[in-house]
Design a protein around this ligand. Structure first.
Ligand code: SF4
Ligand code: SF4
Length: 304
């Protein structure tokens, strides 16, 4: 058999309480295309081996569940675990959602995240639901859904975690961190912010780079979505949201939320959606107390 020097990077991808939108967003990656990421060498000499993804796999049932367990057992400490969606933690170890069975008993999403998370090289929490709880964790949250970080802390699991929030996350944010891991290893703590997000993608406020910022500074505010002007009075959360959407844009650079006259709804922030709701309500410091306590300054816009 021909000898190959290609390094295989095993990836297991769990879909928990989610709408599958994060997968769809990543599958829409254009440069590189997702087929290049999954089938070719992602970088020279390095290949992704996606061993489990419920939506993408042709297989189903017991055989593929055995695949998760045998892959994890053979690659202890060496695989990348991607978690998409929040983790229901209510009841008997999260019995509101399960991923397959073991010896005839259901295995909850909560139990899968713990058992696979503690033996992974790194966990990537993809999307706001996996990172912080997101929409499944919105009040009244009967399933007690939460993000990966809180589960790891509760169970004292020290596996490195990288959060890639967004509802959905931009494909570049996921592919970018994946390529960085393959090329130069895990990001150092200085490369992540206090919410474990890569600063390369989440390092600046939307408000700092917004093309409508001159309107804000001049006190010109739109009263309707169709009007020119800053969208602050229509509920824009750009002043408390950290992401590079104004410069990266979405859909292969075609446009982005504010570019298409929609206020930023703060989809990458902890506490989304409760703390930024109602989404069309003007931002005030008193509706965002938890975001402020996470280290994000919340200031009233200057008088106008
Ligand atoms: S409030 Fe929103 S629309 Fe206005 S300048 Fe800031 S980010 Fe742009
Ligand atoms: S502009 Fe705001 S709401 Fe839109 S994708 Fe970026 S962070 Fe999310």
């Amino acid at each position: 058999m021909e000898k190959t020097d290609t390094v295989e990077n095993t990836v297991l991808w769990l879909q928990c309480a989610s709408c599958t939108g994060c997968s769809v967003s990543v599958l829409n990656s254009v440069s590189p295309g997702i087929q290049n990421v999954l089938l070719d060498k992602t970088i020279p000499g390095s290949h992704i081996s996606l061993r489990f993804h419920s939506t993408l796999m042709a297989g189903a049932g017991e055989a593929v569940i055995r695949q998760i367990e045998s892959t994890a057992a053979k690659n202890q400490g060496g695989y990348i675990l991607v978690v998409e969606g929040a983790i229901p933690a209510a009841g008997n170890n999260g019995n509101y959602g399960s991923i397959g069975e073991h010896n005839g008993s259901k295995v909850s999403m909560y139990e899968r995240v713990i058992s696979l998370g503690q033996n992974a090289r790194v966990i990537i929490a993809l999307g706001t639901c996996a990172a912080f709880g997101g929409i499944p964790a919105a009040e009244p949250n009967p399933t007690r859904s939460t993000g990966v970080d809180s589960i790891l802390k509760k169970c004292e699991i020290s596996t490195p975690l990288i959060n890639i929030p967004g509802c959905p996350p931009h494909p570049d944010w996921f592919i970018g961190i994946l390529v960085q891991i393959l090329m130069s290893g895990l990001p150092g703590s200085l490369e992540l912010d206090e919410n474990k997000r890569p600063k390369a993608f989440y390092g600046q406020l939307i408000h700092e780079n917004c093309p409508r910022r001159a309107y804000f500074d001049e006190g010109k505010f739109a009263k309707a979505y169709s009007e020119p002007g800053c969208l602050n009075e229509l509920g824009c959360k750009g002043p408390i949201t950290y992401a590079d959407c104004p410069t990266r844009h979405w859909n292969n650079g075609v446009n982005w939320c504010i570019g298409s006259r929609s206020p930023c709804i703060g989809c990458v922030e902890p506490g989304f959606p409760d703390l930024v709701s109602p989404l069309n309500q003007k931002l005030t410091a008193n509706i965002l107390p938890n975001i402020a306590s996470c280290g994000h300054p919340v200031t009233e816009p200057a008088p106008y």
